[in-house]
Write a protein that binds this ligand. Structure first.
Ligand SMILES: *[C@@H]1O[C@H](CO)[C@@H](O)[C@H](O)[C@H]1NC(C)=O
Ligand SMILES: *[C@@H]1O[C@H](CO)[C@@H](O)[C@H](O)[C@H]1NC(C)=O
Ligand SMILES: *[C@@H]1O[C@H](CO)[C@@H](O)[C@H](O)[C@H]1NC(C)=O
Ligand SMILES: *[C@@H]1O[C@H](CO)[C@@H](O)[C@H](O)[C@H]1NC(C)=O
Ligand SMILES: *[C@@H]1O[C@H](CO)[C@@H](O)[C@H](O)[C@H]1NC(C)=O
Ligand SMILES: *[C@@H]1O[C@H](CO)[C@@H](O)[C@H](O)[C@H]1NC(C)=O
Ligand SMILES: *[C@@H]1O[C@H](CO)[C@@H](O)[C@H](O)[C@H]1NC(C)=O
Ligand SMILES: [Zn+2]
Length: 464
């Protein structure tokens, strides 16, 4: 190697050292967003430019097959565990555990009982157990201690905290010196307005437009923070919404006395706990009571619903047909609802995604919500716990070949990596120059020493 070659080699090393450090390091960051109750077809009801922007540049699952019962808590826990409700244990928004003799109630704000959550390990805990940090803005369950842990960063549930504030917290956590790699964001709409107005009400148009604007705000904030191109973002929901009517009410009081049972969870999938010794009486009274209500003994609940293997599933389950409501008394309050059979399209949410790991401009008809968890684990580069989902089912959403992936990454990581590259380049140049000066210093100091040594050795020879 000539000295010119050595210099060239050194220069190349100095260029590649920061490049490998900055460009090839896959952060595997994910932001998962849930707009509660965003039915899959809402995007067709009004112009939704921000949804379309992501769809064009990312992936779009038209209908997500969620899990039974199609309610908020069970489905949010499925998204972060990959398990059916019977396996993750959050089987309803209102629960009773006969072994613990304790209740869990969304309506009474007693969802913070850890024991109800601990049949499973949600992804934020799995992520943290594998050495990463998670941050959550109001995602159901993230302010509950589960298996002794909270998310690294979280907010106490408070419906009044604005969308802007939730986003600014998440961005702060992603940008911090000890950044999170997993962010979870929850927003209560359009579910609340959907219950009140009904999905077919023309006033829902404004509600959906508002969600689209919120999505636009999220995208612009991520762009401002230089996160947009490097973060994998998934926007989805827990369930859809069906139209109810005063003309479609099933009144339990007409068939069975209230004193014979406790109504644990409410319409449209009613969990019934008969009083001691009253099971047969209650079941017989309800079994064929109404043509739009299917009544199951727990052990007869169809396998496809995966809703059987839990203490928290009550002995009798009464499920209304779509658009029907089961009340005790006609004058009980009711709203439009979800919670019906998860085969019904009206119960299905949307899913769209964008980021360095996702293919562009891909539309798929369907996916199982249980497959989201293995996908999230793959994106984060963590090992998933056993689940009811499979990465195989959703692999086609990802950038396929390695070369494509590298190309895409080289392009998208450029902005963020540029600063890192300059930093490491300058840093290593400084180190190199220092080394050079140091070595030269050594050489110059040693030449005279070597010289005298030689002189001393040489002198006798000369003298000789
Ligand atoms: C269950 O708890 C309630 C109070 O929450 C109590 O009144 C009742 O006796 C308990 N039942 C059993 C079987 O321990
Ligand atoms: C749950 O929250 C309520 C108030 O919201 C509080 O009184 C209760 O102590 C909490 N329980 C647990 C187990 O943290
Ligand atoms: C909830 O958030 C609102 C708005 O930020 C705030 O005014 C209120 O004090 C919060 N409530 C609680 C209980 O923290
Ligand atoms: C239904 O509730 C209303 C008001 O609570 C009451 O007046 C009525 O008697 C109830 N009907 C039945 C069938 O229990
Ligand atoms: C997206 O895909 C559709 C068909 O799958 C194609 O017609 C369209 O041109 C594509 N758009 C872009 C921007 O690649
Ligand atoms: C959803 O899961 C079911 C049962 O495992 C499977 O048969 C079906 O192919 C899956 N659907 C998709 C779109 O992956
Ligand atoms: C779902 O996954 C859990 C955990 O691996 C497993 O115990 C359960 O049997 C699975 N359920 C089905 C229906 O395969
Ligand atoms: Zn919901």
């Amino acid at each position: 190697m000539t000295s010119k070659d050595s210099w060239r080699f050194l220069a190349i090393c100095m260029l590649f050292f920061p490049m490998t450090l900055c460009f090839l390091q896959d952060q595997g960051r994910v932001l998962l967003v849930s707009f509660d109750g965003f039915r899959w077809d809402y995007i067709y009801k009004v112009p939704t430019p921000n949804f379309q922007y992501i769809i064009k540049n990312g992936v779009h699952i038209k209908q997500v097959t969620n899990v039974f019962i199609t309610k908020t808590y069970p489905n949010h826990y499925t998204m972060v565990t990959g398990l059916y409700a019977e396996s993750h244990g959050i089987v309803a928004n209102e629960m009773y555990d006969p072994i613990l003799n304790e209740t869990f109630s969304m309506n009474h704000m007693t969802i913070n009982n850890s024991k109800f959550w601990e049949d499973a390990y949600p992804i934020w805990i799995v992520n943290q157990m594998q050495g990463h940090r998670s941050g959550a803005a109001m995602w159901p369950g993230t302010d509950v201690k589960i298996h002794g842990l909270f998310p690294t960063h979280y907010m106490l549930y408070n419906e009044s905290v604005s969308f802007q504030e939730r986003i600014s917290k998440l961005i702060e956590w992603f940008m911090s010196k000890e950044p999170i790699n997993l962010g979870l964001l929850y927003w209560e709409q359009p579910d609340e307005m959907g219950h009140i107005l009904g999905p077919e009400n023309h006033r829902m148009r404004a509600v959906i437009s508002d969600i689209d604007n919120k999505l636009g705000y999220l995208v612009s904030e991520l762009k401002k923070a230089n996160l947009w191109d490097t973060l994998n973002i998934i926007i989805t929901s827990d369930h859809g919404m069906a139209q109810s009517s005063r003309d479609r009410i099933i009144e339990l009081d007409l068939y069975v006395d209230r004193s014979l049972y406790r109504m644990i969870d409410h319409s449209p999938a009613v969990a019934i706990l008969p009083e001691e010794g009253k099971f047969n009486e209650v079941y017989r009274a309800l079994a064929n009571a109404h043509p739009h209500m299917t009544v199951y003994k727990k052990e007869d609940i169809p396998r496809r619903l995966h809703y059987k293997q839990s203490n928290k599933i009550q002995p009798i389950l009464a499920v209304a047909d779509e658009g029907w409501e089961i009340l005790q008394n006609k004058s009980d309050e009711f709203l439009c609802n979800h919670g019906y059979d998860n085969l019904l399209p009206e119960m299905h949410p949307i899913l769209i995604a964008h980021g360095p790991a996702f293919a562009k401009n891909i539309t798929k008809q369907a996916m199982n919500s249980t497959d989201l968890y293995p996908l999230l684990c793959h994106l984060l580069g963590i090992n998933p716990l056993p689940s009811n989902g499979s990465l195989e089912n959703v692999k086609d959403l990802l950038v396929s070949s390695v070369s494509e992936k590298l190309q895409y990454r080289a392009a998208t990581y450029q902005q963020e990596s540029y600063a890192c590259f300059i930093g490491v380049f300058l840093g290593s140049t400084l180190v190199f120059v220092f080394l050079l000066v140091f070595i030269r210093h050594l050489i110059y100091n040693q030449i005279p020493v070597i010289g005298t040594q030689h002189a001393e050795i040489a002198r006798p020879l000369l003298q000789a």
